[in-house]
Design a protein around this ligand. Structure first.
Ligand code: GTP
Ligand code: MG
Length: 136
């Protein structure tokens, strides 16, 4: 079993898509949400989260966007949940994301692409510590 860190980004919260996104995750057999918080995350937290992109042209605007309002952070546990939520999310660019995926169904912009999901076990453990520092 795996765990992954999922964010419903500020655009998803603003557009009223929390229930839709959480519903798609919950409907998967065996997957469980084991932690959840709605909060406007501070820049330090978001800069840590997106450290791999520091220096890229989209990094500054990305952090600004992510700090622009509340996101939902959650830990999801279950069988193959790391690649599984990435598949539910779809490709980073919503125009390239498959219809039926969250980004494919609701997104248009590369930056405001609704959801984040950890891309590996190493990323998941790193990101869980950033967003849920109180958890082991
Ligand atoms: P996350 O699950 O959010 O990490 O997305 P990802 O893994 O599909 O993409 P990546 O880690 O490469 O980029 C992180 C985030 O930066 C993306 O989800 C987008 O919000 C944003 N982003 C990535 N590439 C671009 C880009 O070329 N232009 C812009 N404006 N934003 C980008
Ligand atoms: Mg990523």
């Amino acid at each position: 079993t795996q765990r992954t860190l999922v964010l419903i980004k500020p655009d998803g919260v603003r557009r009223g898509l929390i229930g839709e996104i959480v519903g798609r995750i919950e409907r998967k057999a065996d997957w469980r949400i084991t932690a959840m918080e709605l909060r406007t995350f501070d820049r330090e937290t978001l800069e840590l989260h997106y450290a791999e992109h520091a220096g890229k042209d989209f990094y500054g605007p990305l952090v600004e966007f992510m700090a622009s309002g509340p996101s939902v952070a959650m830990i999801v546990e279950g069988a193959r949940v790391i690649p599984g939520v990435r598949a539910l999310a779809g490709a980073t660019d919503p125009i390239a994301a498959a219809p039926g995926s969250i980004r494919g169904d609701y997104g248009v912009e590369v930056r405001e692409n609704l959801i984040h999901a950890s891309d590996s076990e190493e990323s998941a453990e790193r990101e869980v510590k950033i967003f849920f520092p109180g958890l082991v």
